[in-house]
Design a protein. Structure first.
Length: 320
């Protein structure tokens, strides 16, 4: 019995910065052509378009070369001119110097013209779809924080709308992923949704701070940094909203690992109101965090200075 060995296809994927290698699946490049064309990067997409264009022209140039004399005025010392003629035919641009002069030549040229029309239509549709596809430009802070907020330990993440346009009915969700061992000793990857204090934003235009209260009902209650490391914990933020510019729903997500969490830190304030009433947002400090102890100490010093401040007129001697 003849045994057929199938070489497993290897795919390298990236999910939120984590690299995943998938094997054992076939690679349906043409069966899932639209998905592959829409998900590849622009350099890979354009490189593939160039490769297909060159391959088509080489194939038809070889078909023309099978029957010598089917193309008129072809320089015999330069057979590579068949490739140039194929390019002109595929793009439906003819210069008149070389042209088909036999039935075989006309049949091949007609077939190539039809392929050229289909290729141009497909490329036009794909390029338009890639350009017109609405995409969110959300900025997620590099590190989530865990610290006291309103007297309660709180997990917080800050995000912003980089376009500064209005996203209507924006919503966000926080997911907590960790390893758990079943009663049979099998390790599973479990995910749980953590309730946010405010998961919806009617008009998301600038920045948005998400807070999860770590109380007795929270899965993070009593959890320490070493516990998150032991469970290989991850946090995933998903956000979406209606982009009024496109009239479509846009969404984005961000993944954080357990070692991305900054304990006992808070985000640096980036929004302040100027005396003329204009709100100024400093995106250069968007990712900056500061120890909560330093904030409390600075606030205490400010209160102390205000309490002992003496006005100059109070130092003048009183007249009898």
């Amino acid at each position: 019995m003849k045994v057929h060995y199938h070489k497993p296809h290897v795919r390298r994927l990236s999910f939120g910065g984590r690299q995943v290698v998938s094997t054992g699946l076939d690679a349906p490049i043409w069966g899932d052509f639209y998905h592959n064309a829409m998900t590849k990067t622009w350099p890979v997409f354009m490189a593939g378009a160039v490769v297909v264009f060159l391959a088509l022209n080489l194939i038809f140039a070889l078909l023309f070369a099978l029957v010598p004399g089917c193309i008129a005025n072809l320089p015999p010392e330069h057979p590579f001119y068949l490739f140039y003629f194929s390019v002109e035919t595929l793009s439906t641009v003819g210069y008149g110097y070389m042209y088909p002069q036999t039935h075989y030549g006309h049949v091949v040229a007609s077939t190539e013209m039809f392929c050229g029309l289909v290729y141009a239509a497909v490329m036009t549709g794909l390029i338009f779809a890639r350009f017109s596809r609405p995409k969110a430009r959300f900025i997620f802070a590099r590190s989530p924080t865990i610290s006291m907020h309103d007297g309660v330990r709180t997990f917080s993440v800050r995000l912003a709308n980089a376009r500064h346009n209005v996203l209507t009915n924006a919503s966000a969700r926080l997911w907590y992923l960790r390893d758990e061992v079943s009663a049979e000793g099998v390790t599973y990857r479990r995910f749980y949704e953590l309730r946010l204090q405010r998961s919806e934003n009617p008009t998301f235009a600038l920045s948005w701070a998400l807070f999860h209260t770590i109380d007795e009902t929270s899965l993070l209650y009593g959890v320490r940094p070493e516990d998150l490391e032991a469970m290989r914990a991850d946090f995933i933020i998903t956000a979406q909203g209606l982009d009024e510019s496109y009239g479509s729903i846009v969404n984005a997500r961000e993944r954080y690992s357990y070692d991305d969490v900054r304990w006992e830190h808070r985000y640096v304030d980036i929004i302040r109101r100027k005396p003329n009433g204009v709100i100024h947002i400093d995106m250069a400090k968007f990712h900056d965090v500061e120890p909560i102890a330093a904030v409390i100490e600075a606030a205490g010093e400010a209160v102390l200075v205000e309490a002992i401040e003496v006005k100059p007129e109070e130092l003048e001697p009183q007249s009898e």
